[in-house]
Design a protein around this ligand. Structure first.
Ligand code: NAI
Length: 462
């Protein structure tokens, strides 16, 4: 039996970051992971492989659409699907191997296998029982199931199967116009698939600022994605390698169906806590299957904590990472704090879409007086040169104090640009603070400054 200060269960972005932070703070720590490689869903079958596919297919799109205009002549590249998957796997390997290196460097023990918690203070892996003063559950999430839809990861796939298809489907049906559906739908549309997205609600990307969502849908439609909104999927049947998706239009209850080679089910994720023994321990769970925790990530059972997708809040790798650091620091006696008001969200399509803080809709609901500063990338010199003039930056600021309340960007590098606004919000900045900060020319980030200027006396280039 080995004994630790902390055992972390799960080596996704929440768990591995927590384990490394514990080690940095002088705690003896182990991390239990049952997969063959570290990094969890994000590195193995989520964020990282999908970004490799988005990058590769974006390059293809650029070659097909913009190279000739820039005087780059020659045949457009053709797709070697096997090699593209190999490139994706190589990217995964580099990242998961990197975490293994960091574990060794920080002296974090990797206990290989699936963990359960027979009692507080003990973690069972295989036949071994390990002791720990503190146990952190970072077991993540899994794809939600949809009634009437059976996933076989071949014809009817989740994001995991969508990253391993044996060939590019001629027709791909995507159920759910959320982050996964739109990112992977974009990948296959760029590869020549006919992509039909079926969404329950009347708009894509629920929760996103409505103006941005409308613009986003227009841009994706221009790229060839087709949308059926207000449609509730009733079930999928598979016959002879083809799938039929049956759905009801909510406005008139009429029945419809489409036939596709592959169906991607992207209707959300749910916490994964199977096999941990949480029920027997009496750990309190929410109705949605999330582990209930207090502000320090402690469950109702002493010495057991939980973070990441297994608890409340947005299911985002970076949210889990922040909680991983915070729980480690709390265990080490520090007083950490995660600011849930400033957690950015990014969709890595082209263009990217990024947001932080309030939307116009949430501000209206709160009855708050706000002002809007907007700037189109068409007025940004760098964006124009790079075929990236579509989209805009929108900053929402308090009408009286000018304090930044939220920001929404659709355009080039939006996922990176959002962070200067996150930092500004973290420091309680006013839009004028951003507007008076010198921004290098020519950069995309000038569009952020211009939007901040538009909250005051006006943008210069609009
Ligand atoms: P999501 O919650 O983003 O979107 C699911 C969509 O499916 C919603 O629009 C919902 O209205 C729709 N839907 C549900 N039931 C339906 C039905 N019966 N018929 C038609 N439509 C239906 O979930 P998604 O895209 O699966 O992503 C799961 C999680 O993973 C999210 O929390 C997301 O934030 C996270 N993620 C984040 C990424 C990023 O940050 N770039 C990338 C991929 C995933």
């Amino acid at each position: 039996m080995s004994s630790y200060d902390v055992i972390v269960i799960g080596a996704g972005p929440g768990g591995y970051v927590c384990a490394i932070r514990c080690a940095q703070l002088g705690l003896k720590v182990a991390c239990v992971e049952g997969r063959e490689t570290l990094g969890g869903t994000c590195l193995n079958v989520g964020c990282i492989p999908s970004k490799a596919m988005l990058h590769a297919t974006h390059m293809l799109h650029e070659a097909e659409h913009n190279f000739a205009t820039m005087g780059l002549k020659g045949k457009a590249p053709s797709v070697d699907w096997k090699q593209m998957l190999a490139y994706k796997d190589e990217t995964i390997g580099q990242n998961t191997g990197g975490i293994e290196y960091l574990f060794k460097k920080n002296k974090v023990d990797w206990i290989k296998g699936w963990a359960s918690i027979p009692e507080a203070g003990k973690v069972k892996v295989g036949d071994d029982i390990h002791e720990a003063k503190h146990i952190v559950v970072a077991s993540g999430s899994e794809a939600s199931s949809l009634p009437g839809v059976e996933v076989d990861e071949k014809t009817v796939v989740t994001s995991t199967g969508a990253l391993e298809l044996t060939k590019v489907p001629k027709k791909l049906a995507v159920i759910g116009a959320g982050v996964i559906g739109l990112e992977l739908g974009s990948v296959y549309a760029r590869l020549g698939a006919e992509v039909q997205v079926i969404e329950f609600l009347d708009a894509i990307t629920p929760g996103m600022d409505a103006e941005i969502a409308r613009q986003f849908q227009k841009m994706l439609t221009k790229q060839g994605l087709k949308f059926t909104l207000g449609a509730a999927v009733q079930g999928v049947t598979v016959k002879g390698g083809k799938a039929t998706v049956n759905y009801k239009l909510r406005k008139d209850e009429s029945d419809h169906s489409i036939v596709a080679d592959t169906v991607l089910v992207a209707t959300g994720r749910k916490p994964y806590t199977t096999g941990l023994g949480l029920d027997a321990l009496g750990i309190e769970m929410s109705e949605r299957g999330q582990i209930k925790t207090d502000a320090r990530y402690a469950t109702n059972v002493g010495g057991i904590y939980a973070i990441g997708d297994a608890i409340d809040g947005p299911m985002l790798a970076h949210k889990a990472e922040d909680e991983g650091m915070a729980v480690a620091e709390g265990i080490a006696g520090q007083h950490p704090h995660v600011n849930y008001g400033v957690i950015p969200g990014v969709i890595y399509t082209h263009p990217e879409v990024a947001n932080v803080g309030e939307t116009e809709e949430t501000l209206k609901k709160q009855g708050r007086a706000y002002k809007v500063g907007k700037f189109p990338f068409m007025g940004n010199a760098r964006a124009k040169a790079n075929f990236a003039g579509d989209g805009f930056v929108k900053i929402l600021a308090d009408k009286d104090t000018d304090r930044i309340l939220g920001a929404h960007i659709i355009g080039p590098m939006a996922g990176d640009l959002i962070h200067e606004i996150c930092v500004a919000m973290e420091f309680g900045a006013a839009a004028e603070d951003l507007a008076r900060t010198c921004h290098a020319h020519p950069t995309y980030s000038e569009a952020v400054r211009e939007a901040a200027l538009a909250c005051g006396d006006g943008a210069i280039h609009a």
